[in-house]
Design a protein around this ligand. Structure first.
Ligand code: SF4
Length: 227
């Protein structure tokens, strides 16, 4: 199986609980969503991606992992799960480091295909108030139930249009799947006409999440100028 890889690079994780961790990033090409706040629109299509053989990509990751100390491999996109079969093929050959998977949280069956080979799932919950997302609460809950088989956390991008009802509903899903799952509220990086909400609303969103473990973390890689 061949896969579409937009880029492989080395940097620090910029989101969630592993902010600052040195990682080897694999950015896959292709996404089925068009979130208005998306900061990687170049990953929406496979244009610009290179076709990699699974064995060649596995060898490349092993080579980079041997050359320097990294915390983990970050598989990001685009939506990596559109290529779940390819990624399973890569990771079942060689897995030199723990794997941190970013996903839109919309493809439960594909995540199930890959979950045994992944160590950390960074799962978005897409909200209906954001144009371009496909917000389907049932699909979200089924995806989170698969993610919870490994270490998982949820990320929600906050925009000026986010509502407390949406956060409460997302919180309900987390509580039903596993109330210990951490919720990262990520004020939107101004991009694509999107703006973060004012600070007082962020406090209300935290309250709307009830007793969940809530963190508020912006995109650190953007602030720091990391790739
Ligand atoms: S799922 Fe991710 S890559 Fe796809 S459009 Fe949304 S933010 Fe961009």
């Amino acid at each position: 199986v061949k896969g579409n890889v937009l880029e492989i690079f080395e940097s620090f994780q910029g989101e969630g609980p592993y902010v600052g961790a040195p990682q080897i990033f694999v950015r896959t090409g292709g996404c089925h969503l068009r979130c208005a706040y998306c900061d990687t629109p170049e990953s929406w299509t496979t244009e610009g991606s290179a076709a990699w053989e699974a064995d060649a990509l596995a060898a490349e990751l092993e080579r980079r992992a041997a050359a320097r100390r990294f915390h983990s491999i970050s598989i990001t996109g685009g939506e990596p799960l559109l290529q779940a079969e390819f990624l399973a093929d890569v990771l079942s050959r060689r897995k030199p480091l723990p794997v941190h998977l970013d996903t839109s949280g919309t493809l439960p069956e594909r995540l199930a295909r890959l979950i045994d080979l992944v160590d950390v799932v960074a799962m978005d919950i897409k909200l209906p108030s954001c144009p371009g997302t496909r917000a389907d609460w049932d699909e979200t809950e089924r995806t989170l139930a698969v993610a919870a088989r490994k270490e998982a956390f949820v990320k929600i991008v906050l925009t000026r249009d986010t509502t407390e009802e949406e956060i409460a509903r997302a919180g309900g899903i987390i509580r039903r799947v596993d109330p210990s799952i951490r919720l990262f509220l990520q004020p939107a990086t101004p991009f694509g006409g999107q703006e973060p909400p004012p600070p007082e609303r962020v406090a209300r969103f935290r309250a709307a999440a009830g007793d969940l473990c809530v963190f508020v973390v912006p995109q650190i890689h953007v602030l720091m100028g990391w790739k």
